[in-house]
Design a protein around this ligand. Sequence first.
Ligand SMILES: [Zn+2]
Length: 680
Amino acid sequence: MRLVPFLIVSALSLALPVPAPAAGSATPRGVPAENIDRAAPPCGDFDAYANGQWRATHPMPDIQTRWAIRSVTEDATRARLRSIAEEDAAKASTQPKGSPAQLVGDFYAACIDEKRVDSLGLKPLEPTLHEIDSIRELPALAAEMTRLEGVGISAPVNLTAMQNLHDTTQMIAGVGINGLGLPDRDYYLRDEPRFKDVREKYRAYIHQMLMAAGSSDGEATQAVTAVLAIETALARARLSRVELRDPKAIDHPMSFAELQALAPHFDWAAAFRTLGVPTTGRLNVGQPKLVQAFDGLLVATPLGDWRAYLRWRLLDSSAEYLSSAFDRLHFGFHDAALNGAKEQRPRWQRCVIATDRKIGEALGHEYVDRYLPPEAKARARTMAQTIVDELKLSIQSRDWMSAATKAKALDKVNALNIKVGYPDKWKDYAGVQVDRATHLEDVWSASRFAVRDALGQIGKPIDRGRWAMTPPTMNAYYSPEMNEIVVPAGYLQPPGFDAAGLDAINYGAVGVSIGHEISHGVDDEGAQFAADGRLENWWTDADYKAFQARTACTTNQYDGYFVEPGLHLQGKLVTGEALGDLGGVNLAYRAYHRSRGSKGPEPTVDGFTPDQQFFLAEAHWRGSLVRPEALRTAVATDPHPPGHFRVIGPLSNMPEFQKAFSCKEGDAMVRAEAERCSVW
Ligand SMILES: [Zn+2]
């Protein structure tokens, strides 16, 4: 994935699925061949071929909304995190206040104590609900919006810290408006049944939640209308997801005085003061029209409607940390209706997820000490360097780029920073108060810290040591402003990485992902940022046109992929990720071959050649099943193509794949030569 500029934004007890080393043999392992459906033709649907037998023997559990080989590893990682949290809980009382073990142990213990959480009911929210009820004038409304933002609830005002895209040594404030309960503006504005249906469910969800919180039926009905009116007006003023992918469209630097003039009815000075943000220097308003629309709503909407909206934002954002009555309603909409989950995750999993989300570096620190072998980190770093070198060779050999643009592109790749495993310097959670009295208070204390920690960067030079993902996360990212790729420890496990595996399968899995992240530096968005992260065009006009013709090929390819009759991917939304996938597989494939150098080819294992192993590993790593509800949500909002298309999309463009499996022209996995896409 990539970080979006301005918005730093995706009853199991399992043994880790690490196969035992082959006894008495020095031959490295290939992919688990038992996953493959040998009856399916590999040149028809390669995802079905590579993953078919695994899917036939591993039906999707009710708690899952996406299901892949890697999901099993993710569940196993959660089980490991649970054992850390439980051990910490057992010894927390003897640990220094504020130490990682005390924080993790008490946070988890407060969360897992469902009886206590249930007995508290709505009590943890009562003081805030009371504040909201007593709002009688605009300044009090603005102050409450600011207080909510202070615990990470955008209602709808949102302040972030971001790099100054015109002087990337400095951090500045990013001012935005969020606060929509539905996944995107289309859900409010469009009349296709898939949006209308969710909208109706959302209305019912708000109504039920407000009733659970003590509203009468009539009050709840009125509040639903008020909430929908405010959110729909905000949705109408928003840019679409596709528009938001253009970094220039959301680059609006201004002074604090200009912000005040843009939206004069909100007390920005008080908000900045309360949240500790300096009003000197530049700031960026990503969507000025939206901020203006919010300002208009402030005066045009009755205060009673705003109170209903704040009450709703508070409930929806806190429900997961309240008693089961609220938590279940939250699940019923966000997980079941929007994503198709049939059953809630067991409480211990939800508590592990909450601990990782709120104090993730305290938990992650303990995780890597136990579970990240230093040699995995070293090998991944070497692999990453080999793939970066491959991108340089690729740039040098492109016949559609001029020497001038190549030199700039190489500067950018040379400046790329690679982070693997975990941060060099861990976050110090000083000031976070965690005890076992009230789960929600712990969550808010951690949220207050996160807001302070983020906004505290504003006006200071950039700290390049920070991580936007926690170490156990099975994911990775590229940040265009930092020009860095970050590969957390959680990624370095099967099916991504197998220390006893063939190089072919490691390059085919985590290598492909590293290639993907590196390619983001030169995808349709990344290409607009210079080596130091400045938003600057470093291409000649002719070269940029040639590049855009190539990205258009990918947009067209993905526009043609349907997830159900009448619903296809938004090519323009997924172009960046699809380019990353295409570049990633190509770079990793070539880097793999170059890395063999004088070592000679790897052996054929289980009847599969090294090239076949490489592509099978890619399919095992990327392929996934997704519930229809989650697919619809993803098509509307996710810049990543669904897993199935991350297998067939890039591979059907590759002659190397077709050769490895002897595919013929006319096979589904062979795109006609005239339609074949290639960039790096
Ligand atoms: Zn990506």
